[in-house]
Design a protein around this ligand. Structure first.
Ligand SMILES: Cc1cc2nc3c(=O)[nH]c(=O)nc-3n(C[C@H](O)[C@H](O)[C@H](O)COP(=O)(O)OP(=O)(O)OC[C@H]3O[C@@H](n4cnc5c(N)ncnc54)[C@H](O)[C@@H]3O)c2cc1C
Ligand code: FES
Length: 303
């Protein structure tokens, strides 16, 4: 039944799909220019070309004969493109064996991106490899006169990513949370978010910029594990702060055709209407924080 609905959705959305340029839908090879071993299991590859990606968008990374998987764009300045990835399975283990000079297939960029207004005060919440796209957001937003509170979380200090890069940016206040307390706040990054919003709630529009000692938060952007995103959704809804969250589902085509990344009950495709989704829409996705589907469409509950 679900596949019939997805098929109908695919036909229905065909006109939107063809608006994605053909050259983005086909893989092109890019040479690895630089490799950075971030942690034991995480690597960043810099490719010798730009895909014109905006912060929050993703690319499909292709290793012929192995697999093709989605990855967030960690950086794109018009000259180079970066991805940061965990080696967690067949494709990513093989990808981690690549060397400088090797050619890798990339398709994209795909999906929605984070949106902001110049001069806004924004909180970024990052967990796991989510720190990479959040750095891309940070770099672009400070260039537009935004000020940032960035909360990076990990299990322990050896798993924290992109701290040096974030610290090097102006107008960034960095907060660190580790589950084991090895550095920064002992606990979750979302606890830090809650404390931050509680200490500086959003005033009514007329009182914005009033006598408060802290800057009212205009928006919260988040990228990380789904359980973390669910808490960000709940906390920001409670404090009436708009938020944009990067949601992930199993992706195949990446541009709206196969229907594999649709979510219940809305049927929106997260490769087109996401991955960055405004919280007003996230709260209508009943599977959000509860389950996702594998390559065959079988439900898997989030633990
Ligand atoms: C929009 C988006 C952005 C992502 N960005 C990043 C990133 O920046 N860095 C990073 O390390 N990972 C990212 N991922 C996750 C990444 O796609 C998976 O880690 C990768 O596909 C694992 O493939 P594998 O063959 O190595 O492992 P497998 O053993 O095949 O899979 C391990 C797990 O990865 C997930 N996965 C596998 N294939 C897919 C797929 N086609 N689509 C979605 N999830 C899949 C499943 O949850 C699976 O259980 C992103 C996923 C999405 C949807
Ligand atoms: S519709 Fe194919 S991955 Fe989203």
């Amino acid at each position: 039944m679900r596949s019939i609905v997805n098929f109908q959705l695919s036909i229905f959305n065909y006109t939107r799909v063809v608006s994605i340029p053909l050259q983005s839908r086909l893989p092109r090879t890019y040479r690895i220019k630089e490799i950075k071993q971030e942690t034991e299991m995480v690597r960043t590859y810099t490719f010798d070309g730009s895909l014109g990606a905006r912060p929050g968008q993703f690319v499909m990374v292709w290793l012929p004969g192995v697999d093709e998987v989605p990855m967030s764009v960690a950086f794109d300045d018009g000259a180079v493109t970066k991805i940061t990835f965990f080696a967690v399975g067949d494709m990513t283990d093989e990808l981690a064996r690549a060397s400088v000079g090797d050619l890798i297939g990339l398709r994209g960029p795909f999906g929605t991106f984070y949106e902001w207004q110049p001069g806004q005060h924004i909180v970024l919440v990052a967990g796991g490899y989510g720190a990479a796209p959040m750095y891309f957001v940070a770099k672009e937003t400070v260039g537009h006169g935004c000020t940032l509170e960035v909360i990076v979380g990990a299990r322990g200090k050896e798993h924290l990513l992109y701290l040096e890069e974030l610290e090097s940016l102006p107008h960034v206040s960095l907060h660190i949370a580790t589950n084991d307390g090895s550095v920064g706040y002992k606990g979750y990054n979302v606890d830090v978010l809650e404390k931050l919003l509680a200490s500086c709630p959003v005033p009514p529009d007329s009182a914005r910029g009033g006598k408060k000692k802290c800057l009212p938060v205009d928006q919260v952007f988040a990228c990380g594990p789904e359980r973390m995103l669910k808490r960000v959704s709940e906390i920001t809804a409670h404090y009436s702060v708009p938020s944009q969250l990067s949601l992930e589902r199993y992706m195949k085509c990446g541009y709206g055709l196969c229907g594999n990344c649709t979510v219940d009950p809305l049927g929106i495709r997260l490769c087109v209407e996401g991955p960055v989704v405004k919280n007003d829409l996230c709260v209508q996705i009943t599977e959000f924080g509860r389950y996702h589907r594998d390559a065959l469409g079988k439900k898997t509950m989030f633990s």
